[in-house]
Ligand binder design. Structure first.
Ligand code: PPS
Length: 281
């Protein structure tokens, strides 16, 4: 299918059908003062950051009885991912949640006491990862080429898009002291330093041994091995064969999928669309 049946919620396209949940969470969800949010444009390193944060709070310990990562750090807006929203009332503080919303669509009851971590990734790598996500999940019924998807990405016709609007909404807020911005590429360059930075932001003192353990458990290969972080169940039930959620985990993979002409056109268009957003990847 060449077009995807997105739903529209406010100024965004989304695939979850239950947009009432999005609206309710945005308007009414009662946040606690110490709730933490990990937010991102999809495919920017959300799951990776969830793993780092979850390990920081557990002192780098994982137990066999632990539930999957997405149950420890749930996605409030998505009623398929989290059918019973009341379970979050029983979570111990500080609770951590995932969001794919732009800043202005976070729960309105959040205040300056809530810590927010925003993860970003190079636009071309994000587009490639999002293509494999969309092609791989059966629910999208999407079987077009990567060139087609990149065209959709450039036109802003993708979930939670446009990419530049999402980044712009967070960029405008990023000087706030309760916001930490991570870049996927920096995480790749120095994961241990990222772990340290996030722990400092969350006021969680760690020993060198803790940092080393968390770093090791947050590598791509460790996360791919563990069914609780590799989203193995999604792979088995919801994705096409040979299209794993933990796909490649590399920086610069775009070069394997963009022709030089397409890369040039993309860069030209994004220079204009991203004007004023001075993050570099
Ligand atoms: S989602 O569906 O929006 O929550 O996806 P998200 O978690 O934001 O992004 C998925 C991409 O992140 C890669 N990933 C990692 N890369 C490096 N190291 C680690 N530990 C890691 N964990 C996840 C994952 O493979 C997806 O990227 P691609 O390029 O598709 O491999």
């Amino acid at each position: 299918m060449s077009t995807i049946n997105y739903n529209r919620w406010r100024d965004m396209l989304v695939t979850p059908v239950d947009t009432e949940r999005f609206e309710w969470v945005h308007q009414h969800w009662p946040a606690r003062a110490d709730d933490v949010f990990i937010a991102s444009f999809p495919k920017s390193g959300t799951t990776w950051t969830q793993q780092i944060v979850r390990l920081i709070y557990s002192g780098g310990l994982i137990h066999d009885s632990d539930p999957p990562l997405h149950a420890i750090i749930p996605w409030l807006d998505d009623s398929e991912d989290l059918p019973d929203l009341s379970v979050v009332d029983t979570m111990n503080s500080p609770r951590v949640f995932k969001s794919h919303n732009p800043y202005h669509l976070l729960p309105q009851k959040l205040t300056a006491s809530n810590r927010l971590i925003y993860v970003t990734r190079n636009a071309k790598d994000t587009a490639v990862s999002m293509y494999f996500h969309t092609f791989g999940f059966k629910m999208y019924e999407y079987d077009e080429s990567i060139e087609h998807f990149i065209g959709e990405f450039m036109a802003g016709r993708v979930e939670y898009g446009p990419y530049w609007t999402h980044l712009g909404s967070w960029y405008q807020q990023c000087e706030r002291s309760n916001i930490l911005v991570l870049h996927y590429e920096e995480m790749q360059r120095d994961l241990a330093a990222t772990v340290e930075r996030v722990a400092h932001f969350l006021d969680q003192p760690l020993t060198i041994e803790d940092i080393n353990r968390i770093t090791e458990l947050s590598t791509f290969s460790s996360m791919k091995k563990d069914p609780r972080t590799s989203m193995q169940l999604w792979d088995e039930e919801q994705r096409k064969p040979g299209m794993p959620f933990m796909r490649k985990g590399e920086t610069g993979d775009w070069a394997n999928h963009f022709t030089p002409e397409l890369a040039q056109a993309f860069d030209r268009a994004f220079k204009v669309k991203m004007a004023g957003i001075n993050w570099s990847w």
